[in-house]
Write a protein that binds this ligand. Sequence first.
Ligand code: TMP
Length: 222
Amino acid sequence: MEHSKAMSGLFITFEGGEGSGKTTQINRLAQTLTAAGHKVITTREPGGTPEAEKIREFIVQREGGDWSSMAECLLLFAARVMHVDKIIRPALEEGKIVISDRFTDSTRAYQGYGRGFDLAKMEELNDMVLGGFGPDLTFILDVEPKMGLSRSERRLAAEILDAAQTEDKFERMDTSFHEKIRQGFLDIAANEPERCRALDATQSIDDLAEAIKTAALERLGA
Ligand code: TMP
């Protein structure tokens, strides 16, 4: 379900595996839309509020804990409901464009496809917690896991700084885990073509930014 029509803003999410270049593209799109006169906020998941940033530590840090997939889902939705209620909905109600680095599709891909949590149960949880609230437009940046992992900034930092970087719980999982996540994102894109645009993340930064800009402006009716 898209966000309520009573709200006038637009909710855009970026999704993809490790090293897909989301951050660069989010910054580019935020600049483009701001220059076009829109009020834009950028945020991320897990995170976006002080409470959710605390939960982020459990999810992404190497020493964050050995949570079951159910417990991990509950933590992610707990973080998400705070994020939606405190940041995303109020901004949309003010007519802003909200761009989030990850949202529920990441839970579908990582905890569902990756860790095997039942996808139908996850949708029930989504309905219960968020009433099915979700993005209007989602960019899925697709990259082959080996390439993505090798260009992941966190992994590079960990290597260069001798593992001083600890936000790498999922990056340390094996390639087959990342293959399942990639397939999950591609399935989501195929199932929801109105909302999702799957884009080849190995093209040049400029070409990718142009494709994203075109789709976003089209969605804004410009
Ligand atoms: P990021 O900084 O690349 O967005 O990393 C966040 C990590 O958290 C990434 O490995 C994916 C993971 N994650 C999940 O497993 N499930 C989720 O629902 C979200 C939002 C992130």
